[in-house]
Design a protein around this ligand. Structure first.
Ligand code: FAD
Length: 305
């Protein structure tokens, strides 16, 4: 068996694997797509100490760093089942079963898409998902936030500090966000809230120039000119494959303690697939390191030879 078997090859998994390999223990990493979400990122400006980079470049250096070490990299492999027996068993989509004395789950998450015309076309060309990451790109411009839940309203409050004007579009009759957030939002002079507004299309030429929505009360289609659309209708963790084996919260996030431990002894988790409140590269890497050090600690205390 592997001493540490990492599932997921994004920033969290890469960090966990390197920390494990540096202990001189047998380490493997299984990834459906090595690099993870950063492969879909244009510009990264908040990975502290690297002033600016882009996603593919960042993913390539993650891989290069992992390959510096004696780590079995199993790319383009999807895990489908986890089971604790004598060791922890991981079954892959291709039928292979890998064993680990410890396992680190770092399968990440994906932003829920609205699925309207223009969304995919203008991704990274005005369509954004992460206000912490891309907010400053829209300084002084007009933007929309799609989604009136907590993450949408938090994004709108955050963006209102940076951009010229924010329009919030919520398709229901009311915002779902906590009232304290709604009160804060209402106090801001440069925010407009549209309820009963169903996003219909994100328009543009080479980049976003507006958003069309249907006013559900009148049935009319309306259009607003703006430069950016932040989609905030949910971040879905890639954890369904775990079924009931590992405790997850109501959002599907793996529940971990401050050491990255799950409810199963020897199984740890890190990054966007967990209940870590903030989903960022730098945070995922930190939690990958934490999970890996905890896995090592578990190994030196356990009796498995
Ligand atoms: P992920 O990056 O999601 O990696 C998950 C890994 O697990 C992948 O390798 C995936 O293929 C694999 N996987 C999933 N399911 C399975 C399975 N069943 N079996 C095997 N492997 C599996 N953050 C910033 O800090 N700065 C930014 O500028 C920034 N910009 C972003 C822009 C966009 C468009 C997006 C989508 C995200 C952005 N983020 C940014 C967020 C950042 O990318 C994530 O927080 C970070 O990648 C999370 O790392 P992770 O390793 O936890 O998960």
């Amino acid at each position: 068996p592997y001493d540490v078997l990492v599932v997921g090859g994004g920033p969290a998994g890469a960090s966990a694997a390197i920390y494990a390999a540096r202990k001189g223990i047998r380490t493997g990493i299984v990834a459906e797509r090595f690099g993870g979400q950063v492969l879909d990122t244009m510009s990264i400006e908040n990975f502290i100490s690297v002033r600016q980079t882009d996603g593919p470049k960042f993913a390539a250096s993650l891989e290069e760093h992992v390959k510096e070490y004696n780590i079995d990299v199993m790319n383009l492999q999807r895990a489908k089942r986890l089971e604790k027996k004598e060791f922890i068993e991981l079954e892959l989509e291709n039928g292979a079963v890998l064993k680990g004395k410890t396992v680190i789950l770092s399968t990440g998450a994906r932003w829920r898409n609205i699925g309207v015309p223009g969304e995919a076309e203008f991704k990274n060309k005005g369509v954004a998902y992460c206000p912490h990451c891309d907010g400053p790109l829209f300084a002084g411009k007009d933007v929309a936030v799609v989604g009136g839940g907590n993450s949408g309203i938090e994004a709108a409050i955050d963006l209102a500090n940076i951009v010229n004007h924010v329009t919030v579009l919520e398709y229901k009759a009311e915002l779902k966000a906590d009232s304290v957030l709604q009160d804060r939002l209402k106090s801001l002079p440069n925010v407009t809230v549209l309820t009963n507004a169903r996003t219909h299309e994100i328009t543009g030429t080479d980049k976003v120039n507006g958003i069309s929505y249907i006013d559900l009360q009148t049935g009319d289609e309306k259009h607003i000119q703006l430069s950016g659309v932040f989609v905030q209708i949910g971040l879905v963790p890639n954890t369904d494959w775990l079924g009931g084996t590992v405790d997850r919260n109501k959002f599907g996030e793996i529940i971990i303690d401050q050491r990255g431990a799950t409810n199963i002894p020897g199984v740890f988790a890190a990054g966007d697939c967990t209940n870590n409140p903030y989903k960022q590269i730098i945070i995922s890497m930190g939690s990958g390191a934490t999970a890996s050090l905890s896995a090592f600690d578990h190994l030196i205390r356990s009796e498995v030879p």
